[in-house]
Design a protein around this ligand. Structure first.
Ligand SMILES: *[C@@H]1O[C@H](CO)[C@@H](O)[C@H](O)[C@H]1NC(C)=O
Ligand SMILES: *[C@@H]1O[C@H](CO)[C@@H](O)[C@H](O)[C@H]1NC(C)=O
Length: 199
C-alpha cells in the first residue's frame, strides 16, 4: 500500500515536473493544466508589476524538462492582447537553450532593445519548448534604468548557464513589428516629453 502511494506520488510529481515555473520576476500566475495556453498560460490580464532593469536583467525559471528551447518576447503597453504577443513572437528579445532541469537564470539585457526605455510598462513572455508542446508564462514589469527593488540574488543555475541562440538579447533588425500599438503610443509620448524638456 505504501509503495502504491509512493508510486502515485512520484507519477504525479513527474507530471508536474514536465512543466516549468517562472520564479522571478513574479509570474502572472501558474496553472499546471493551462500552461500550454498562449499567450500567458491561462492568465490573460496584467497583474502586479516588478521593476525590471533595462541592463542586465534576467528571468529565473525552474525547468521540469532535461533540456528546452526558450524564446523570450517583450511586449510594451499596459495590458497587451493575445494578438500583440503573436506579432512579438516573430522577433524574440532573446532565444536560449538550457541543458539541465531545475533552476536556470535566463539573461535578458534590453539595453539595446528597440523601444525599451526608462519607465515603460511591458509584459515579458516566455515560450518554453521542452519537446512536447510550447508552455507559456508571463511577467508584468516596468522597465527602468535603475531598478533598486530588482533582486539580483535570485539568479541561480544548477547546471551550465543557459546558452544563447540567435539573436541573444540584442535588438532584432526588424524590431518594429515587436512594438504593439500601445508601445508606439508610449514611445511617442516619451519622445514628446523629451522634446518638451529640451525646450
Ligand atoms: C499586488 O500588490 C498588492 C499591493 O502590494 C497586493 O495587495 C496584492 O496581494 C498583490 N497581488 C498579487 C497577485 O501578488
Ligand atoms: C503602468 O502600469 C501601472 C499599473 O500596473 C499603472 O498604474 C501606470 O499608470 C502605467 N503607466 C503608464 C505610463 O501607463
Amino acid at each position: 500500500m505504501k509503495i502504491l502511494q509512493l508510486a502515485t506520488a512520484l507519477l504525479c510529481s513527474s507530471a508536474a515536473m514536465a512543466h516549468y515555473t517562472l520564479d522571478y520576476p513574479t509570474s502572472r500566475g501558474f496553472s499546471d493544466d493551462n500552461e500550454p495556453q498562449a499567450p500567458c498560460g491561462g492568465f490573460n490580464s496584467a497583474a502586479n508589476r516588478t521593476q525590471f532593469p533595462l541592463t542586465k536583467g534576467f528571468l529565473q525559471i525552474k525547468s521540469g524538462h532535461v533540456s528546452a528551447d526558450i524564446k523570450v518576447n517583450v511586449v510594451y503597453g499596459n495590458n497587451p492582447t493575445a494578438a500583440d504577443f503573436t506579432s512579438a513572437g516573430a522577433t524574440p528579445a532573446s532565444s536560449l537553450s538550457i541543458k539541465n532541469p531545475g533552476d536556470s537564470c535566463l539573461p535578458l539585457d534590453l539595453s539595446t532593445f528597440k523601444g525599451a526605455a526608462d519607465n515603460t510598462n511591458a509584459t515579458i513572455q516566455i515560450i518554453y519548448n521542452g519537446g512536447d508542446s510550447p508552455l507559456y508564462q508571463c511577467a508584468d514589469v516596468i522597465l527602468v534604468s535603475s531598478a533598486p527593488t530588482f533582486d539580483t540574488s535570485k539568479c541561480k543555475n544548477v547546471g551550465a548557464a543557459p546558452s544563447a541562440t540567435s539573436p541573444g538579447g540584442t535588438a532584432p533588425t526588424n524590431a518594429g513589428s515587436l512594438v504593439s500599438m500601445n508601445g508606439v503610443k508610449t514611445a511617442a509620448a516619451v519622445l514628446i516629453l523629451a522634446v518638451v524638456f529640451a525646450l
